[in-house]
Design a protein around this ligand. Structure first.
Ligand SMILES: [Zn+2]
Length: 569
């Protein structure tokens, strides 16, 4: 058997003992050569397949054509097949064992083996089981796609549901629509539970306790460590959240003619209270109505010494028929071919989104040195690239940033008050929602047979401060599609926010001589780009997320700087 965190403590202990032998001279040139050979072979076999996936993914999202989606799926299957190869994995596993005994002295080569091991491990599942899992997940997703909330015999689209929750002053109507929107949970409950069972079976095949532990292991994370981090985040955000919520509740109550104490989950503006309800007079779009969002991005990134003209030249940034309505950034070849898909319209949302996607684009093979080997020439972790993207995205709500960028803000005081509130409320509300998602998924995969309806509402009450509807016992967790189709992923967004705050605070301190974090807006300061390159981008994946956080900020990842943004110290 090979080495897993949850398994074979005897093996782990013996390896630790070996590593502790005085002198520690386990370096073995043969092991290093064997590793280098495997890495070179991987690059030859897998790199072209990976590039093909990137290109097919890009085309499919631009055209929306069935034939392009088919090509994308085929390319993905070829890549998966290469990574699931049993013989290759056996060789990699053997090399990884040598590496764990300290026989590979070259740190970069050793790191490449770790990175590859996690990549291949994920694909070593019995193909029949994998097929069952994707069939089950597809069945659930399809039910989500065709589901429409029904009220009084009339079907409502998703955006009609949101519209009622955003605008209606009639609490009975809101309740009917909210309850109808949750019916999908009951429709998928049985299949979702089967899916959880299958995912756990897959984890056990690979030697893990459950699917949650497996997913975290593949992402170099650990459940107990995450809970500790989220407990600390809970402590730091609870009071500012309750304060913000009290202010929001007062306005929501007025909206539906109730007392604050009588507010129910359907009185909030989205089905899960994951967004800040639009109860403040906040027209954040006004300054952007006449702005050239693309030019602003070009100027901003050039000004901080991270120009993106080449990215823009390869990108597809405006709406057209068949094209995906969302936004993403992709590094096609880890050799500088970096592109963004967007659908820019002149409003605050797209200003933030473009700053976000182009933030991903500067943290890519554009600025991760070519001298790093292919295997580690990418971001350290999903949370660090999301963090960098969010670090830049936040400026779309900053008046000092807008003014320095030459964008006129018609009513500065009003904009400030609204933008500040929206920014804080969004981050606070999102952080409480992430608490529910992380803890629910962890507990669900650990103990799938428990009363999940109760677990869900216990967490919603505790972390989001919402009231459980009396006597309600329905699988409301099932109405959140991410639990089915993006499992054990949500916490990375939250950790990305922590990373963003911590890197920004470090820049304020080290690059701007301890200036107020809210005043540090980077405009026209190439030293920001210098810092980002040296401290965040250049290590690529040679450092894991813990190592990179420490390298960039001198500290472990912590919620302190994030909380300080709300005065929640
Ligand atoms: Zn992103």
């Amino acid at each position: 058997m090979y080495l897993f965190r949850d398994l074979l403590p005897v093996v782990v202990a013996s390896l630790l003992l070996m590593a502790a032998v005085p002198g520690g001279a386990f370096g073995n040139p043969q092991a290093t050569e064997r590793a280098k050979k495997f890495i070179a072979g991987h690059e030859t076999r897998v790199r072209p397949l990976d590039v093909a996936v990137g290109l097919a993914w890009w085309s499919a999202n631009i055209s929306g054509e069935d034939s392009d989606f088919k090509r994308k799926e085929e390319a993905q299957n070829r890549l998966d097949a290469a990574l699931s190869d049993k013989e290759q994995f056996a060789e990699l596993k053997a090399i990884k064992q040598l590496k764990d005994k300290g026989e590979i002295e070259d740190k970069i080569v050793a790191r490449e083996i770790d990175v590859l091991y996690l990549m291949y491990l994920e694909k070593q599942v019995d193909p029949a089981l994998l097929k069952k899992i994707s069939a089950k997940a597809n069945a659930v997703e399809q039910k989500f796609n065709v589901f429409r909330a029904k009220v009084d015999g009339k079907e409502l689209t998703d955006s009609e549901v949101r519209d009622v929750l955003k605008k209606s002053g009639d609490s009975a109507r809101r309740q009917a629509v909210w309850e109808a929107s949750k019916v999908v949970g009951a429709e998928v409950e049985k299949e979702l539970k089967e899916l959880v069972g299958l995912r756990n079976e897959m984890a056990k095949q690979l030697g893990f306790k459950n699917f949650h532990t497996l997913m975290l292991f593949l992402n170099e994370q650990d459940g107990e460590e995450l809970i500790k981090l989220f407990d600390e985040l809970d402590n730091l955000t609870r009071d500012p959240f309750l304060k913000a919520k009290a202010e929001i509740d007062e306005r929501l109550a007025k909206n539906v003619g109730k007392n604050v104490a009588d507010l129910m989950p359907w009185d909030y503006h989205d089905p899960f209270f994951q967004e800040s309800p639009a109860v403040f007079d906040a027209n954040l779009d006004e300054p952007f109505a006449k702005a050239d969002i693309l030019q602003l991005c070009r100027n901003f990134y050039k000004g901080i010494g991270l120009p993106i003209d080449d990215v823009i030249a390869r990108s597809d940034l405006y709406e057209k028929k068949g094209k995906s309505p969302h936004a993403f950034c992709t590094d096609i070849d880890r050799d500088g071919d970096v592109r963004v898909l967007g659908n820019i319209v002149p409003n605050e949302y797209w200003m933030g989104t473009m700053l976000h996607e182009l933030g991903h684009s500067v943290y890519s093979s554009k600025n991760i040195p070519k001298s790093l080997p292919y295997v580690v020439r990418l971001e350290s972790h999903i949370l660090t690239t999301e963090g960098v993207a969010m670090q830049f995205e936040r400026f779309s709500k900053s008046r000092p940033w807008l003014e320095k960028m030459g964008v006129k803000v018609p009513d500065p005081e009003k904009f400030d008050a609204a933008a500040e509130k929206v920014r804080k409320n969004q981050l606070l509300i999102f952080s409480r929602w992430c608490q529910v998602m992380l803890r629910f998924e962890k507990s669900m995969y650990e103990t799938p047979d428990q009363d999940l309806n109760k677990l869900w509402w216990d967490l919603v009450e505790k972390y989001q401060g919402l009231k459980r509807p009396a006597g309600r016992s329905a699988p409301d967790y099932g109405s959140k599609i991410h639990i089915c189709s993006a499992p054990v992923y949500y916490h990375n967004y939250m950790m990305g926010q922590l990373f963003a705050s911590q890197v920004h605070a470090t820049i304020a301190k080290q690059v701007f001589a301890g200036a107020d974090t809210t005043k540090v807006v980077y405009v026209g300061e190439p030293k920001v780009g210098e810092f980002m390159k040296k401290k965040v981008f250049e290590p690529g994946r040679t450092l894991d997320w813990r190592g990179l956080t420490k390298f960039a900020t001198g500290r472990d990842l912590s919620p302190k700087d994030f909380a300080a943004d709300f005065g929640g110290k």
